[in-house]
Design a protein around this ligand. Structure first.
Ligand SMILES: Nc1ncnc2c1ncn2[C@@H]1O[C@H](COP(=O)(O)OP(=O)(O)OP(=O)(O)O)[C@@H](O)[C@H]1O
Ligand SMILES: [Mg+2]
Length: 436
């Protein structure tokens, strides 16, 4: 099946919008690659360049190792499925699926054989005689898939094919699609902004932000060792807790990570301590996912943080407690503002942050000034980067058993798995020990 290679691919639209910025990405034979990122980050533009519907401004698109920049879309052996898939309303389901075969001159006998095979694989064998308006949304999406599969392409390009469906159907279809595509062995690029979809379906995930590729890896790699603060914040639910920390090295003993009112201590013999020690006297970002935090008895020893529950969220199978631990959170603005548009949302959250600081007196560092005005903080870009990140009092997300016997205002001690912490530098890049 078709392999894809993007080499230094950039797309600048005539109005100057840089939709894709120097991307390098390989899709291997039979691989299920998911392109993940928020709205407007350039996912569809990448897909359209692979399909030949859009020309790269610079760089090369290779299909099976051959330069394909000038290859017309119809000669690329590609099938696309879009979010707003259009079926022919006047044709039956069977005729819709058969349509690409009719165009390429496959004789009727073989045509109906292939349609029957594909339809039964997709579980729509019993509705072949119906018209599209007599189908459910999920069935219509299966027909669109069928029409793409029936041509036996070398490469599938799918652009948010499930985003018009309700969540139950999405979960069902995402398992079906990834199963079916793997069975067929067809290389696939699947676009979504849904991180759960990406992590469950992909062989590898490529995460984009503002046209730039942030990280590529298996779901385990990108979730377990995110390359940047952005990837860390994007993947996982609840979001990773990202806290500002000052680093103080106590040679041969430990590294103190001062989180504001409390500290954590990274043992000197920890494999990451040398890398973190380079930031002595500086601020970094410490990431901890909810699964690294366990409620413990108030007087428990070890790596324990004391907090107070600000509020609880009940999810049925679990409850989440959000704790005030006297720390400052780093918020990736584009993600927080995703619902109301990046700038509007970010602005509102920033204002909210300032109001919270006034109310709680938190978010003020030892020097006593508002964080934005801290002298010398300009070189810490993550911590002083309006429009991409901002700071606010941390509300540490912790998993509890469903409907716990605690409520807002209760104190809660949590044990921290030090080996599960993530460290990011001032630019938002992972502080790593040099291997992955
Ligand atoms: N024809 C065009 N002319 C100018 N700008 C464009 C054009 N098409 C897309 N863009 C811009 O390029 C950027 C990337 O768009 P693209 O459609 O690739 O994003 P996306 O990641 O697919 O977003 P979504 O999840 O909302 O579909 C956006 O800022 C978009 O406004
Ligand atoms: Mg898109």
């Amino acid at each position: 099946m078709t392999t894809v290679a993007l080499k230094d691919v950039t797309k600048v639209f005539p109005d100057g919008t840089v939709a894709v910025d120097n991307i390098n990405l390989d899709v291997n034979d039979g691989e299920f690659m998911v392109l993940l990122g928020p709205s407007g980050c350039g996912k569809s533009t990448v897909l359209r360049m692979v399909a030949g519907l859009e020309d790269p401004s610079s760089g090369a698109v290779l299909l099976d190792g051959e330069l394909a920049n000038d290859l017309p879309p119809r000669d690329r052996g590609i099938a696309m499925v879009f979010q707003d898939f259009a079926l022919y309303p006047h044709m039956t389901v069977g005729d819709n699926i058969a349509f690409p075969l009719r165009l390429s001159g496959v004789e009727p006998g073989r045509r109906s054989e292939r349609v029957t095979d594909v339809a039964s694989a997709l579980g729509i064998g019993d509705v072949l005689a119906r018209k599209p308006n007599q189908l459910s949304g999920g069935q219509r999406q299966r027909v669109a898939m069928g029409r793409a599969i029936v041509r036996r392409p070398g490469l599938f390009l799918m652009d948010e094919p499930l985003s018009n469906l309700d969540s139950g159907l999405r979960a069902e279809l995402r398992a079906e699609i990834s199963g079916l595509v793997r069975e067929l062995g067809v290389s696939t690029i699947y676009v979504t902004h849904d991180q759960a979809e990406a992590l469950t379906m992909a062989d590898r995930v490529a995460i984009m932000r503002k046209g730039v590729l942030q990280d590529v890896g298996t779901p385990t790699q990108v979730y377990g060792r995110p390359a940047t603060l952005y990837v860390a914040a994007f993947l996982g639910s609840p979001r990773m807790n990202l806290l500002e920390a000052s680093v103080y090295v106590h040679l041969d003993r430990y590294i103190a990570l001062n989180l504001g009112e409390q500290s954590l201590y990274l043992p000197w013999d920890d494999i990451r301590s040398r890398a973190v020690a380079r930031y002595h006297g500086e601020r970094i970002v410490v990431g901890m996912r909810a699964e690294a935090l366990t409620p413990v008895a108030p007087d428990a020893a070890g790596d324990v943080l004391q907090g107070r529950i600000r509020y609880l969220e009940h999810h049925g199978h679990e409850s989440l407690a959000f704790l005030d631990i006297g720390a400052t959170a780093i918020v990736v603005d584009e993600l927080s503002g995703a619902l109301s548009g990046p700038s509007a949302g970010g602005g509102r959250l920033r204002r909210f942050g300032r109001v919270m600081q006034r109310i709680t007196g938190r978010g003020q560092d030892a020097a006593g000034g508002p964080p934005e005005e801290r002298p010398g903080s300009s070189r810490i870009s993550v911590l002083n980067d309006p429009g991409r990140h901002h700071r606010r009092p941390a509300e540490l997300a912790v998993r509890l058993a469903p409907y716990p016997a605690v409520s807002a205002g209760h104190p809660l001690a949590i044990s921290v798995r030090m080996d599960a912490l993530h460290f990011f530098d001032e630019r938002g890049d992972r502080i790593d020990v040099g291997w992955r």
